[in-house]
Design a protein around this ligand. Structure first.
Ligand SMILES: Cc1cc2nc3c(=O)[nH]c(=O)nc-3n(C[C@H](O)[C@H](O)[C@H](O)COP(=O)(O)O)c2cc1C
Length: 328
């Protein structure tokens, strides 16, 4: 079954460089099997130039399916080869990044730069469509400086056979400033015949419900890093289960789940335990920030090098958060 036939409205984990690798995607899917997960953006040129990397780059585990692999680049031939390799590894869909605003990405005519090169963007879509049998989608922004070209741009991509599109409600110029604007996304949905997903600034199930409008689903990024249970609450909200959508789990329950996530991240890291633990530090820092803990508790979180270190830090967080709540 195509991932686009998952029941609506869909709840999607956003592609996030450095975060949405297999362990985090599987963590999210263990919590909420109804969610669809996207990989972080992966280089089409790298995969096409070194196909032996494909089994590691595009690794998909059974318990995270369906996984959409996101590619970035500018060369239609690279996209074509990379998409084929990703499909062979089990990708349920190929998403093309046309929204990354990072300077070095745009300087190479990748990411957001493709919004200003419509002919090239269309060539890429046509090439990938011809190369794979899974859905081909795009994630982009409202536009370069404003949303005036959003509908014409998306209509051209739709004419090239695009299967669905996700819009982050900011322009390239905004980067991550200001608030995401969802109104142009609703207007786009009215103009297109393919599924349209909205993205930007969702951190509660209530917000997701309020922003959904006429769209086919929502995509959630930073909110899921801060609180991996958010997607579950959003799915519950969409299913009309208001009580579950508001439920907040005790931190002790979450600590157990974070420990299982750490164990999985270490056990499946293709390099080493140390590498997996270093990559885990950013989650601990995020957790620390959200809990509002003291600086002393933060230090060991940015030094973890073994699974035992991570478990010790999580226990420390639990103790500190209990002390904090008893003070309040
Ligand atoms: C750390 C980080 C990495 C990101 N990496 C990607 C990426 O690889 N591909 C992509 O299309 N968007 C990427 N994004 C953008 C997110 O997918 C999303 O569009 C953005 O964060 C807005 O959604 P949110 O408010 O739910 O986080 C990234 C965002 C962050 C914060």
């Amino acid at each position: 079954m195509s991932w686009l036939n998952v029941s609506r409205p869909m709840v999607i984990l956003a592609p996030m460089d450095g975060y949405t690798d297999p362990p985090f995607r599987r963590f999210i899917k263990h919590i909420e099997p109804r969610a669809v997960v996207f990989s972080e953006f992966l280089s089409a040129a790298l995969a096409a130039g070194k196909p032996s990397l494909a089994p590691t780059m595009f690794r998909v585990y059974d318990d995270e399916r369906p996984v959409v692999i996101q590619l970035y680049g500018k060369d239609p031939d690279h996209f074509c080869t990379a998409a084929r390799l990703a499909e062979e590894q089990g990708a349920a869909g190929i998403d093309i990044n046309m929204g990354c605003p990072a300077k070095k990405v745009v300087a190479h005519r990748h990411g957001s730069a493709l919004m200003r090169e419509i002919d090239l963007a269309c060539d890429i879509i046509r090439s990938v469509k011809a190369a794979v049998s899974v859905p081909v989608t795009v994630k982009t922004r409202l536009g370069w400086e404003n949303d005036r070209n959003l509908i014409p741009f998306a209509l051209r991509l739709q004419d090239c056979g695009l299967d669905a599109i996700t819009i982050h409600g900011r322009t390239y110029s905004q980067k991550f400033d200001g608030e995401a604007d969802w109104l142009p996304i609703y207007a786009l949905k009215d103009a297109l015949s393919i599924p349209v997903f909205g993205n930007g600034d969702l951190v509660t199930a209530e917000q997701a419900q309020a922003k959904l409008g006429n769209l086919d689903g929502v995509m959630i990024g930073r909110g899921a890093v801060s609180d991996p249970w958010l997607l579950q609450r959003v799915c519950d909200g969409f299913a009309g289960n208001v009580g579950a959508a508001r439920r907040m789990l005790p931190f002790s329950h979450k600590v157990k789940a974070w420990k299982r996530f750490a164990q999985m991240a270490v056990a499946t890291n293709p390099k080493s335990e140390r590498h997996a633990c270093q990559a885990f530090r950013k989650f601990l820092v995020r957790l620390h920030k959200d809990l509002g803990l003291s600086p002393e508790v933060r230090r060991p979180a940015v030094q973890v090098a073994t699974l035992e270190d991570i478990e010790r830090v999580l226990d420390l967080f639990l103790d500190a958060s209990q002390e904090l709540s008893s003070v309040v």
